[in-house]
Design a protein around this ligand. Sequence first.
Ligand SMILES: CC(C)(COP(=O)(O)OP(=O)(O)OC[C@H]1O[C@@H](n2cnc3c(N)ncnc32)[C@H](O)[C@@H]1OP(=O)(O)O)[C@@H](O)C(=O)NCCC(=O)NCCS
Length: 148
Amino acid sequence: MIDIRLATIKDAAELARLNDLFNGEGSNTERAIEESLRSNENEIVCVAADGNSLVGHCCGQITRSMTRAYKSGDITDLYVGEEYRGHGVGRRLIACVENEFQKRGVSHLHISTGRENLAAQTLYRSCGYEDTSEYILDKDLPKVEYKE
Ligand SMILES: CC(C)(COP(=O)(O)OP(=O)(O)OC[C@H]1O[C@@H](n2cnc3c(N)ncnc32)[C@H](O)[C@@H]1OP(=O)(O)O)[C@@H](O)C(=O)NCCC(=O)NCCS
């Protein structure tokens, strides 16, 4: 049985393994993921566990702006291992993150996904997300010396 729950620090190694599968090998280290789980209060991480192994994860980020009277939530990552797809795990992970967003006062949610990612688009629409007229643009800045 697949258990859907909030991540704990003990999930760092398994999350690093899943993150490599989703975002590419070496996207982040286990240590950095552990640190993020420990200290990033604006991030929500839900996991799908099959015994001691994780088979999926979903991350949400809480954002707040002085220009808005409400808190927003961005669902930034959603991944379900190939052999576990098509059984409602993705939908349950989204519900887990949404539930936590709600508890933390978030009232508007945002998700972006690839134009070609029809599986994700269908899933998000079936969870109540609506298409917008927004255009998403990205930019990389040159790295400068930075210490947290
Ligand atoms: C997208 C993804 C998370 C879906 O996870 P999943 O556990 O298979 O999804 P669910 O079983 O909860 O599906 C729920 C609904 O989504 C839709 N859906 C899921 N997979 C689909 C597919 N391949 N094609 C069309 N619709 C699909 C269906 O409406 C489905 O409802 P139904 O089963 O009642 O028909 C999974 O395919 C995945 O991890 N893909 C790779 C990573 C990715 O693309 N992440 C999203 C990037 S933002």
